[in-house]
Design a protein around this ligand. Structure first.
Ligand code: EPU
Length: 315
């Protein structure tokens, strides 16, 4: 089987456990894990998957991802090579430039925390409201991550992607199909993102960053393994509020627990399995449906050998 990728042994390994690559710390192995070093290697890898009919999945930091215990029967692609983590910053500007826009081109593998803090340090405002969102930029863009202080689509102006045929394409934000915690980028691999920021005083940006961070740290379990909010907020409502009012805080299955701090977070401890998390998700959905008549939709992404659609996630 390795023969499918024998000539790519420099950047494709077989049977890589994904638990060590996800923030939940659970999940079985990827049949193959590919870490291409250039966009051309990425395109070649995708064309090979298409030719051999091997499903391909892209992962960022695995911070919003639940991988089932039996793993992924396909190619998992990680863009963590320098070609995908580089950030092109605009030239520094004087105070007279305050208020003017500035364009940054960042690789999909760029770490979001570093991007946000470095932008602030350089006096570039617009993403400090995304403080505390873990992940790599590609994953953040694909799920249009955000919250009360904005979402990444607010600043995205263009994207370079490799499509499912292995062709490199430039997309506009409209073509990316952004919505609430969604985009239509599932079938493509995001390679880099052009974002537009605004020049501002680094001190003022830092203050806004700090207040967002403080507010999150006081309401979310930021230092415990989790994948952030598990469910999308239903229209006009709050998933966390519904789960809390259903009395589910602290509900535990094996190594997975509904956070006492924020009910829309499932936190895991060492030894947890994906089956524990799935079972807890099933219990939450059933209880919330029974008590409040609301069907909660998953916000996290789920990968497994069986394709599990939200509606099929049962305990
Ligand atoms: N609430 C409770 N109990 C809880 C949690 C929340 O009653 O255990 C209630 C609170 O009363 C609060 C309301 O629910 O007024 C909303 O909660 P919060 O302000 O924490 O925001 P959220 O809607 O739960 C959203 C995003 C978060 C993002 C925050 C802050 C979603 C699903 N979640 O949470 O995103 O950090 O706003 O901007 O949209 C994520 O995407 O992983 C995530 C955590």
């Amino acid at each position: 089987m390795q023969s499918f990728f024998a000539d790519m042994a420099d950047y494709v390994v077989e049977n890589e456990p994904l638990a060590r690559h996800t923030s939940y710390g659970v999940g079985g192995p990827a049949r193959w894990l590919g870490r291409p070093r250039t966009i051309d290697e990425l395109a070649r890898l995708i064309r090979r998957c298409v030719r051999e009919d091997i499903p391909a999945f892209t992962m960022g930091r695995g911070a919003n991802l639940l991988v089932s215990d039996d793993g992924v029967d396909g190619m998992v692609i990680r863009l963590d090579a320098p070609a995908f983590t580089r950030v092109d910053w605009p030239a520094a500007a004087g105070a007279a430039m305050t208020g003017r826009s500035a364009t940054v081109v960042a690789g999909a593998g760029a770490d979001m925390f570093r991007l946000v803090t470095e932008a602030g340090r350089r006096g570039l405002a617009g993403i400090e409201g995304l403080a505390g969102i873990p992940g790599r930029l590609g994953g953040i863009v694909r799920m249009n991550a955000g919250g009360r202080w904005g979402q990444i689509s607010d600043v995205v102006r263009a994207l370079t992607v490799v499509n499912d045929l292995g062709d490199i394409r430039r997309l506009s934000p409209a073509e990316a199909g952004f919505g609430y915690r969604r985009s239509s980028l599932a079938g493509v691999v995001v390679c880099d993102v052009r974002i537009e920021l605004t020049r501002d005083d680094p001190k003022a940006i830092r203050e806004r960053f700090k207040s967002v961070w403080k507010s999150k740290a006081s309401t979310q379990p930021m230092s415990v393994p989790s994948a952030g909010c598990v469910f999308k907020n239903p229209p006009g409502g709050s998933a966390g509020g519904l789960i809390d009012r259903a009395g589910l805080k602290g509900r535990t299955v094996g190594g997975a627990r509904v956070s006492e701090m924020h009910a829309n977070f499932i936190v895991t401890r060492p030894g947890a399995t994906a089956a524990d998390v799935f079972a807890l998700i099933g219990q939450i959905r059933r209880e919330v449906a029974r008590q409040h008549g609301v069907e909660l939709d998953l916000e996290i992404e789920v990968w497994g050998r069986r394709v599990v659609r939200t509606a099929e996630v049962v305990a």
